[in-house]
Design a protein around this ligand. Sequence first.
Ligand SMILES: Cc1cc2nc3c(=O)[nH]c(=O)nc-3n(C[C@H](O)[C@H](O)[C@H](O)COP(=O)(O)OP(=O)(O)OC[C@H]3O[C@@H](n4cnc5c(N)ncnc54)[C@H](O)[C@@H]3O)c2cc1C
Length: 415
Amino acid sequence: MRICVLGGGVIGVTTAYFLARDGHQVTLVERHADVAQETSHANGGQLSYSYVAPLADPSVLPKLPQWLFSREAALRFVPRLDPHQWRWCLAFLRACTRARSRATTAELLGLGFLSQRLLHEIVAREALAFDYVRNGKLVVYRDRDAFEGARGQARYQAQLGCEQHALDGAACVALEPALAHIGGEIAGGIHTPGEEAGDCDSFTRGLARAAERNGVELRLATEFSGLRTKGLRVQVAVTSAGDIEADAFVVCLGFQSQPMLASLGVSVPVYPLKGYSLTLPNASAWGAPRVSVTDAHHKVVYAPLGERLRIAGMVDLTGMSAHADHERIALLARQARETFPEAGDYGALQTWTGMRPATPDSKPLIGATHFRNLWMNTGHGALGFTLACGSAQLMADLLAERELALDGDAFAPGR
Ligand SMILES: Cc1cc2nc3c(=O)[nH]c(=O)nc-3n(C[C@H](O)[C@H](O)[C@H](O)COP(=O)(O)OP(=O)(O)OC[C@H]3O[C@@H](n4cnc5c(N)ncnc54)[C@H](O)[C@@H]3O)c2cc1C
């Protein structure tokens, strides 16, 4: 089949790669001069296969007033006169039940484990260099109730195949000595030895070159502006470099998937959750963590990427604009400096803003639309790097009408 993949983030590139390996003739359209220049560029770098529990959970309900009124909250909500934002928020609130949160955790763990296995195969086959490490992940809690909640979640996830250990504060510092500065504040932590980290930008760029070797045509610096349809079939993708004809079209446009498809009457419940990252270029050998650390209190993640330390956090539900909020970036930098004061030269921090393409229930949308040859693989929220390979495999299996490795209905766009 001739397949046109729209969008060259980590999702579009993995999708194109898996489709080409199935023998399809694939063209990928990306508006920037290289792939991974938007949300996949400088994210948290975590391949956190066991930390997939959705944001929509009953435990977040008491925090809603804080999200609305505090500028220092990890999650900030600014209401807009935008029906799409309100619909998304209502769907999010409906997903905040214990039963749904547990079912979603189980489904995302399945997709996560599939992704991990496939990523290992790709790393072995393509020899990609992306500062990839299997360094384990330690989530530390400064609040005893939150730690007890996390222990309950770990017990539930143990039944689903996750290997996680609860540690007290002293054991957390013994595991990651760079935490010594806040050691007295740590109520406990959950350690997952099998978790990994890597640079999503280098992974995506390396995989794009591997995709080219497998026959994918990369149309970079090419703006896509719409789809021309006849009845229930898409005929061409209209781009700045001319029309692209194909037998099938796969939308992987991140948070822009929603406005792009709305014009065709295709509903995509994806809303951007803006976040920020900081990169310390020359992280200290003793003051920066070598284990991936999540500070659950501030919802900040830390990952070593070679010589660098990547710090990421903040969830801003504030609209479609990707402008950088310097107050939020300064808050993130302050929290990082207070947690790991010796991690490196904070004067040399590089800052970045990204828009997580989030669905209300935190599950990606992988599958068909009401157009016969129009598909989507989008809505990966805070887990696009982690879930990319499994999502691409699922997409390729659906297009090939093969038996699926997991329950496809769980991720179907019309679920
Ligand atoms: C602060 C932050 C931290 C994160 N940390 C992690 C983490 O630690 N681990 C993890 O797994 N995930 C993390 N994520 C989430 C992850 O980065 C995203 O889920 C993932 O990058 C989404 O990939 P995507 O390909 O769907 O979107 P994108 O990377 O945004 O790709 C979409 C592509 O479509 C292109 N495009 C859009 N419109 C057009 C058009 N009209 N014409 C042509 N091209 C177009 C864009 O240029 C872009 O390249 C984080 C995100 C943020 C913001």
